[in-house]
Design a binder for this molecule. Structure first.
Ligand code: HEC
Length: 149
């Protein structure tokens, strides 16, 4: 609970959030169908969160061709054209809690309020994302199609 409050405060300080409520995740298969926020995802904001060191910093591990961000990592799979392979609901689950699919994954669970023991020290209580931030990321990644690369 203390972690959740800390994360909420962190998000409030860095991002404009419409709500600080943690919404329940309803997992269906390998997807989360319902949005995690009432805020409509914006691909432009998602791109910024994806690249920004102080928010998602997804480029630490993932590369997207055409994205204007230096030093893109390759610890995780390249996400160019990910919108061809995964639905928005599947992308949402992988950002919210990738450990549901692979308990050993090194990808941080960005929408968990407990069970954070697998998260690297550097990320603990710091880079967890709000529901709105995740919706922006989903909007950004879902429109990455191979014909756009
Ligand atoms: C510490 C490294 C790391 C970071 C940071 C990270 N990821 Fe990942 N991600 C991975 C790895 C590794 C996988 C492969 C899944 C597995 O481990 O089973 C993955 C998988 C994914 C997938 C599924 C890809 C596919 O082809 O199925 C998506 C989508 C994704 N990550 C999005 C993100 C987003 C968005 C962020 C930032 C909020 C992020 N990741 C941050 C390591 C990372």
């Amino acid at each position: 609970m203390r972690w959740a409050l800390g994360a909420m405060l962190f998000c409030l300080c860095t991002q404009v959030m419409a709500t600080s409520e943690q919404q329940a995740m309803r997992v269906v298969g390998d997807a989360i169908v319902a949005p995690l926020s009432d805020v409509t995802g914006s691909a432009e904001e998602g791109e910024q969160i994806f690249a920004a060191r102080d928010t998602g910093h997804c480029v630490l591990c993932h590369q997207v061709s055409g994205l204007d961000a230096p030093f893109q990592g390759n610890i995780g799979p390249a996400l160019s054209g990910i919108g061809d392979r995964l639905s928005p609901a599947q992308i949402r689950l992988r950002i919210a809690d990738a450990s549901l699919l692979n308990a050993q994954t090194i990808m941080p669970s960005y929408y968990l309020i407990e069970g954070l023991h697998r998260v690297d020290e550097r990320y603990r209580g710091r880079t967890a994302l709000s529901g709105a931030q995740i919706e922006h990321l989903v909007a950004y990644l879902a429109q990455l199609r191979s014909h756009k690369q």
